[in-house]
Design a protein around this ligand. Structure first.
Ligand code: APR
Ligand code: PHB
Length: 389
């Protein structure tokens, strides 16, 4: 098989890139290891930046987003009894939208057939070849046969564990990493949210987040040591802990219910540079990971593929090679700013085991400053709604 762009991975990055390229008449094919059901079974964050919703509107894959997405005017940082509201709409003129990433993925998958976006699911042993040459290709196994897809470019959208980044020789790339000494224990339940906006709380017992998927479905998290086992967290124990950490007001409005999903996810900051090697381009989690604080994961994937589709469209449709040459640098500039924001919000809102009274005073001073400064709140709001693409 021959195409223009071989995309590896049908997560949000690969699907968005595929749609953006098809909208410009560029031939592409997505090769995915898992089944659609498996991909849609993964629960991810649920806050979309304006930059991401703009992209979905531009693609016209927005019917359900328009009907079900909840526009949020702001969110809150809680520190003990005090609640600091960040008025993102008032400070930046922009909303964020509460709409689950699983739903974004479903909408992109559903729109693929009618837009001529071919996705090959359940492809085993996906491997990249000759990425440093002008004739790169991807091989995989399916239905007992080995297949080969040749392209001008390969887009590695295969997440943190995928083969794309690993096919770049060790001596040409550089990894930057910070692993956090805790994980997030999350619960999804069919209960109304305790508050109409998200609350990120820093309590002496640890971090908590009150989030939502809709007016009838809530998502909550607490941070726990990485040694913690999910079996030790009954629904009741988790609700009790959330009630303490989120504070009396949120607790009074919190409706408890059985978990539809409950899991512990580790937190990591990671960046791989460069995001291009030869004719392989990395996008999304294949190139970088953010801790979930601030919900930047999918939004960063969306900005990567916006840059990448512009670059590839320039190459194929206008014979312009500059975009492709500049992709890595342009994408990384935005990636690092989102890495900084996610890391700083993580540091501000969590109690790190290695921290002492000095670090705690620093958190209190920073929260005091944020509470009293429109400039500080604007800085947070502008990062939260998404920096310009
Ligand atoms: N071959 C083919 N596909 C693969 C392989 C492989 N060997 N390994 C992984 N994949 C697929 C995965 O099955 C998955 O569907 O690549 C896809 C990667 O998707 P994500 O991990 O969701 O990564 P990405 O698309 O970059 O998502 C960006 O969106 O949902 C959020 O939290 C997620 O922050 C992430 C962001
Ligand atoms: C979520 O709703 O799952 C969510 C929201 C905000 C975050 C992280 C996760 O920062």
């Amino acid at each position: 098989m021959k195409t223009q762009v071989v995309i590896i991975g049908a997560g949000p990055a690969g699907l968005l890139l595929g749609h953006l390229l098809r909208a410009e008449g560029i031939a592409c094919i997505i090769i995915e290891r898992a089944t659609p059901e498996y991909i849609l079974g993964r629960i991810r964050a649920g806050v979309l930046e304006r930059t991401t919703t703009d992209l979905l509107h531009r693609l016209g894959i927005d019917a359900r987003l328009n009907a079900e997405g909840m526009l949020e005017d702001g969110f809150a940082l809680a520190d003990g009894e005090r609640l600091i509201r960040i008025d993102t709409l008032g400070l930046t003129g922009k909303h964020v939208t509460v709409y689950g990433q699983t739903e974004v993925t479903r909408d992109l998958m559903d729109a693929a057939p009618e837009r001529g976006l071919e996705i090959i699911y359940e492809a085993a042993n996906v491997a990249l070849h000759d990425i440093e040459t002008d004739a790169p290709y991807v091989s995989f196994e399916k239905d007992g046969a080995t297949h080969r897809v040749e392209g001008v470019f390969i887009a590695g959208c295969d997440g943190y564990h995928g083969p794309s980044r690993q096919s770049i020789p060790k001596n040409v790339g550089r990894e930057f990493e910070r692993v956090y000494p805790f994980g997030w224990l999350g619960i999804l339940a069919n209960v109304p949210p305790c508050h109409h906006e998200l609350i990120y709380a820093n309590h002496e017992r640890g971090f908590a987040l009150a989030s939502m998927r809709s007016k009838t479905r809530s998502r909550y998290y607490i941070d726990v040591p990485l040694t913690e086992k999910i079996e030790d967290w009954s629904d009741d124990r988790l609700w009790d802990e959330l009630a303490v950490r989120l504070g009396p007001e949120a607790a009074a409005n919190m409706t408890r219910g059985p978990a539809i999903e409950k899991s512990i996810a580790p937190l990591r900051s990671y960046v791989f540079e460069p995001m291009r090697h030869g004719n392989l381009f990395l996008a999304g989690d294949a190139a970088h990971i953010v801790p979930p604080t601030g919900a930047k994961g999918l939004n960063l994937a969306a900005s990567d593929v916006t840059y990448l589709s512009d670059a590839m469209t320039g190459y194929f449709n206008r014979n312009d090679r500059d975009g492709v040459a500049g992709y890595s640098q342009k994408a990384l500039a935005r990636v690092w700013k989102a890495e900084r924001f996610s890391w700083s919000l993580t540091k501000l809102m969590h109690r790190f085991p290695e921290d002492g009274p000095f670090e705690r005073r620093m958190q209190v001073a920073e929260l005091d400053y944020i509470a009293s400064s429109a400039a500080a709140q604007t800085g947070i709001a502008e990062n939260y709604v998404g920096l310009p693409i």
